[in-house]
Design a protein around this ligand. Structure first.
Ligand code: NAP
Length: 302
């Protein structure tokens, strides 16, 4: 199986980055893109984030060997049914959605008889839209593929090779397992950031302007995460409901236990936990998943 043309549906942060990364790292593959928003299409064309921006989904997908859905998780099914009648025989359909079980089911239901291999590049920023994408977003980041049990092995191999060319490291995982892992590493941290920033701005005894004026490092880092796209994250929580609620239950218990430790003056408990979490931060850096520099070395992309 060879990919000569890739169609990217949804030209925001992820779609733009897939387009730019393909053009830079796999220049032999033609890139076509479509977004339902005409203004996004206009900006995408002006920035040149894909080789050709198409005005219809039909024109984008009709001779594509690989179609990648880069729309919010809640929009995957609608986008898939719109493109279904125009798919080339034998094309691989994939996506970049942040939750996998419900998306995999929705795509398989909407595209019977087609090769569906869901995927999730674990790479992103708090930015969105056609101005936000960049070619190196996937460099050294994991891309998790969650093929259905009866998936065509050749198609899984072709998709893995494609993401490897874009700079990603590949992991194959069961969709349900993916959703629990990502609930822990991404979805709950986002929920905590949304909560703490919301709570701080609601507190009656300090005004919102004081929260912003005196925002210390910890709060500032949370505001970065809490600035992430509202539509994307609403859909993630609605679609990864089971795993998020399960992990949230455990998190609430741990939080209550810390509350007890503070109330009872149990400094050892606090110190033990903070030492363990500091070691985890070191491991994250050692494994190349983050950067020790101020602003995590991300300044260039903002
Ligand atoms: P984004 O910047 O908001 O881009 C999504 C684009 O898709 C928007 O322009 C949107 O248009 C368009 N769209 C929505 N429904 C569509 C449809 N039916 N047909 C065609 N275009 C449609 O979002 P993003 O951050 O790139 O996220 C895209 C996907 O990547 C999501 O599934 C998300 O879970 C996943 N992801 C995101 C990150 C991250 O950090 N952002 C990381 C990994 C994976 P409208 O504005 O008109 O709706």
């Amino acid at each position: 199986m060879t990919i000569e043309t890739v169609a990217i549906i949804g030209l925001g942060l992820l779609g733009g980055s897939v387009g730019l990364a393909t053009m830079e790292h796999a220049p032999g593959i033609a890139t076509r893109g479509y977004d339902r928003d005409p203004q996004v299409r206009e900006k995408a064309a002006a920035r040149g984030i894909v080789g050709e921006v198409c005005d219809t989904i039909d024109a984008a997908v009709n001779d594509a060997d690989l179609v990648i859905l880069c729309v919010p998780v809640g929009a995957m099914e609608a986008a898939a049914s719109e493109l279904a009648p125009h798919l080339k025989q034998g094309a691989i359909v994939s996506d970049v959605g942040s939750s996998k079980e419900s998306v995999g089911k929705a795509l398989s239901r909407t595209l019977p008889g087609h090769t569906v291999i869901p995927a999730h590049p674990v790479a992103g920023t708090e930015q969105s839209g056609p101005e936000a994408g960049f070619a190196s977003l996937f460099t050294n980041r994991w891309c998790i593929l969650t093929p259905p049990e009866d998936a065509d092995e050749e198609a899984v191999k072709t998709l893995s090779e494609y993401w490897t060319k874009l700079g990603a490291k590949i992991e194959i995982m069961d969709a349900k397992h993916h959703d629990v892992v990502l609930a822990v590493t991404s979805h709950i941290p986002h929920l905590i950031a949304y909560t703490i920033v919301g709570t701080a701005s609601d507190l009656e005894e300090v005004t919102r302007s004081e929260v912003i004026k005196y925002s210390a490092g910890g709060f500032r880092d949370f505001t970065r995460i809490a600035a992430s796209d509202p539509v994307m994250w609403r859909d993630v929580f609605l679609n990864n409901k089971e795993a998020v609620l399960e992990v949230l239950g455990r998190f609430s218990e741990d939080l209550s236990s810390l509350q007890r430790a503070i109330r009872s003056g149990d400094g050892d408990k606090l110190h033990d936990l903070f030492s363990r979490t500091r070691r985890i931060r070191r491991e994250v850096i050692e494994q190349g998943q983050d950067d020790e520099r101020p602003d995590f070395g991300r300044k260039d992309h903002n």
